[in-house]
Design a protein around this ligand. Structure first.
Ligand SMILES: Cc1ncc(C[n+]2csc(CCOP(=O)(O)OP(=O)(O)O)c2C)c(N)n1
Ligand SMILES: [Mg+2]
Length: 483
């Protein structure tokens, strides 16, 4: 209970920091009204008996099989089934039409054939189909941002190794998932990240200085130094603050997307999750909510093969993650995450479906996690160096995309050198890092503001205790934090 309470309040803080409470969509259960985003409510809904669920559907007037395209497709698939007992007409059952069969047969746990992974570029960066969506200017920005992301990751990773920041995670191997997704979206689309998606913020204009301020938790950090490094958030860039408890963002994403739908906004929510995150209950609650509410949200599952040291084979037995979307009635695709053009075109198409058809979509990207999980991890303890090296050298998304940009005559060795030295100038001169390091920390008072209008008694007590402890042991606390 205590940990659930902590988790709920962390989620509430994260959502309330981003949205005004007045605007929250409300749902009604019996005589009571609840904010739609409240995770405590969403989990309370799951085990309740049918009448509660029926109340909800009638409240929002959702009729799955008449209003959704997925529903009618499902209907016709059933009607085509060879095993149908043809003499008996399909009957209406809540949820859709049902046909009968006389064959005692279980649906197989797998189709026997893996879902093919969509790609546009081959390993040499050559086009495999007629793809002309990405023009020169966009392609050059995509490539430049991928390189910037790589260099930024290297510098912050090193800063952590030098003991200057406490934690860091890189996007190594997943640069294309970050940058191509960002490129295919509108800046009005709301990103609800897991934690390995900082490339999207970079694309949207978050500066290296702002990244550094967050990692050092100084007084200029947008999050006022309250979060661990890499827990970025920026309302200016429609990027909801990273939340440590895995998958909490998914039920919230369904709610946020539903509010966009109610406001008739030309935008969607894009919620990211790792392969490991799909084992959380919130993944399933989020997908199901979005499906039945027909909420415009793209779920992007970054399947990178590992959840810290847990390999996919110990995570789930399904054919990846795309099939899970299908199980919830959500159109889904599996995409080569090391192919920037494939990710771009899949996310672009997914956005069109989410916004124009007002429904959720799932995109699973396959891109091996080349780096360690985080600076708290040494992945050579549980996987071979050869395996890592092979992905690094043979399937690097940045190299593959560079080859395509060069083949088009849009990039040369000279531009490569200029780009790398100009990004390094910003980072290698350690400018952003040194500036961030030299800035003061936020005052202690900031630790207790922004969540409650009037702080509850337990928080008042905690602040009092903290001040007493700092006064008693000043040598154990940073001297640049004003009390
Ligand atoms: C609810 C919860 N359980 C466990 C953790 C600890 N944890 C942090 S990251 C992680 C692995 C997540 O793996 P994945 O979703 O595949 O993301 P990746 O790191 O591969 O990008 C775990 C178990 C957590 N943060 N939250
Ligand atoms: Mg993973």
């Amino acid at each position: 209970m205590a940990s659930w309470g902590r988790r709920s309040s962390a989620v509430a803080r994260r959502v309330s920091a981003f949205f005004t409470v007045d605007k929250a969509v409300q749902i009604r259960i019996g005589m009571r009204r609840y904010p739609f985003f409240n995770p405590a409510v969403s989990s309370a809904l799951v085990p309740r008996p049918w009448p509660c669920v029926i109340n909800m559907t009638s409240l929002f007037l959702v009729d799955r099989f008449t209003s959704s395209i997925a529903g009618s497709q499902a209907d016709s698939r059933r009607a085509d089934d060879d095993d149908n007992d043809n003499n008996y007409p399909a009957i209406d059952f809540p949820g859709g039409k049902v046909t009968y069969t006389t064959k005692l047969r279980f649906i197989s746990g797998s189709s026997g054939k893996r879902i093919p992974c969509y790609r546009v570029l081959d390993d040499n960066g050559e086009l495999l189909n007629n793809f002309n969506e990405v023009k020169k200017e966009l392609a050059v920005k995509m490539y430049s941002d991928m390189v910037t992301l790589q260099i930024m990751d290297t510098f912050f990773y090193e800063a952590q190794r030098q003991g200057r920041i406490s934690f860091y995670t890189t996007s190594s191997g997943e640069e294309a998932v970050n940058i191509s997704s960002a490129a295919a979206l509108s800046k009005d689309d709301i990103i609800m990240p897991q934690y390995r998606e900082h490339g999207i913020l970079l694309w949207r204009g978050f500066t290296l200085q702002e990244f550094a301020n967050q990692c050092f938790g100084n007084k200029d950090d947008v999050g006022k130094g309250r979060q661990m490094p890499i827990h970025y958030g920026s309302s200016k860039h429609n990027f909801v603050t990273v939340s440590s408890p895995i998958a909490t963002q998914l039920p919230q994403a369904a709610g946020v997307a539903y509010s966009l739908k109610m406001d008739k906004k030309d935008a969607c929510v894009v919620a990211f999750i790792g392969d490991g995150g799909t084992s959380e209950g919130d993944f399933h609650a989020g997908l199901n909510f979005a499906a039945v509410m027909e909420a415009p949200v793209i779920f992007v599952c970054r399947n990178n093969g590992w959840a810290i040291s847990t390999p996919i084979s110990e995570q789930f037995r399904s054919d990846g993650v795309a099939v899970k979307g299908q199980a919830y009635g959500i159109p889904s695709i599996c995409v080569n995450g090391t192919d920037a053009l494939a990710v771009y075109s899949a996310i672009h198409a997914a956005r069109n479906m989410a916004v124009n058809e007002q429904r959720p979509v799932l995109v699973e990207t396959l891109a091996y996690r080349v780096g360690h999980h985080s600076t708290s991890d040494d992945s050579t303890k549980y996987r071979s160096l050869d395996e890592i090296e092979q992905w690094k050298t043979d399937r690097d998304p940045v190299n593959r995309f560079r080859k395509w940009v060069e083949l088009n005559g849009w990039w040369s060795e000279r531009e490569e050198t200029e780009l790398r030295s100009s990004v390094k100038k910003q980072a290698s001169l350690m400018k952003a890092i040194q500036v961030a390091e030299g800035r003061k920390k936020p005052p202690l008072t900031e630790l207790f503001t922004d969540v409650y209008h009037l702080p509850p008694s337990n928080l008042v007590e905690q602040e009092k205790q903290l001040r007493e402890t700092v006064n008693k042991y000043p040598m154990d606390f940073p001297s640049d934090v004003s009390l």
